[in-house]
Design a protein around this ligand. Sequence first.
Ligand SMILES: Cc1ncc(COP(=O)(O)O)c(C=O)c1O
Length: 419
Amino acid sequence: MAPAAALRRPAAAAAARLPAMPARCLSSSTTTESSLVARAPHRLPTIKQKPLSFEENVALRNEHLPSSLRCHYENTVRPPCPEPPSVSFVNIDQLGSSPAAVARTQAAGPLKLKTGSGQFLYDDLGNQYLDCVNNVCHVGHCHPRVVQAAASQLGMRARTVWFFAHASWLAKPQGDWVAVNTNSRYLHDNIVRLAKEVTAEMPDPLNIAFFVNSGTEATELALRLARNHAQRRLVYCIDGAYHGNSAAALAVSPYNKYSNLECSDNDSQKLLMPETYRSGLSEAEISAKAAAEYEAHLSTGGLPAAFIAESVMCCGGQVFLPEQYLQTMTAKTRACGGLTIADEVQTGFGRVGDHFWAFESLGVVPDIVTLGKPFGNGFPLSAVITSRAVAESSNVRQTPPELCYLSVCLPVRAQCTYA
Ligand SMILES: Cc1ncc(COP(=O)(O)O)c(C=O)c1O
């Protein structure tokens, strides 16, 4: 093992002793002569930040975060925590131990979360909550395999190799190369493997994957692909739908929590929500009504680039689409040269129970599928899956847009998916 002193050697001194490495210049505009010289790896600082008190946190939040960012569970009355809960994955020894925390055990107020484990969350007082809201950590909070996958891909093993195995910073890491924070511009095994595995779960011809960072970005890209492909702008969406919070995604998201100016985009048109509970109609009746409304729009010249739908409507009230509805809307869309986009951001990866993708239960194969939330097991990772024909139709335009968003840190996030 390297002597402790070696670990404290200042980076500048170590760098001075390093030979010049024949580094390849990946960006001629920003790389200087000195940045081509091999350097000692940066040492990570120990995280020594003192936790903020509840009051300090609220004060900073009020001062620096927008008031539109609302705290959920604002009026929660938190019971005293009789004894620290037993948690298998994380160390919560420190929870609830400070005098301030003890004084606040009866207090009401928003939750200040400290940690999570499996299906549970824990606040700063040590109270345990069953997390029925989480829609990202597919296999629970802090799953050890996900934590391990992220940590090792982020460079833990590489650091170990750099610091300990060779007892010298001059040695190249061997065996355990890790690529941190690369984007999809470079080759990395995790990226292509993930593309292969996720498209293997899709029906033909959906075998091309674009990786992006959020459900919103997946919607953005899906809309761009469809619009490029159809060479039209108009996208039909369903009333009450939610597809993301960028301008383009909001324009197809009439979900009333967010619908204001952005939803009145000229490039989108909302259609009747095909639900039976509030309408009082049967599945057949509401489907026929929705189809007739769509037909009326199509026949007056509103030809679609796409029809976008959540395979199960989530924010809009967990609405399961009636049988035949999606098949009818898909047929009408395709007859006019439009594409269908299935939003599986909430419903993908087995969340509907009987199928891996919710659209599979609806008897359709969409042209474009968007994935998100649970994909990275808690890490932000999303994707757009489509056919090669749709993916590449954009390339035939005079100036092909760069559709492959340069999604960063993909190797790490892909590793979390494998975990
Ligand atoms: C169906 C659906 N699509 C897209 C999104 C947007 O995803 P993100 O919040 O990752 O941008 C959401 C978010 O809740 C969603 O529910």
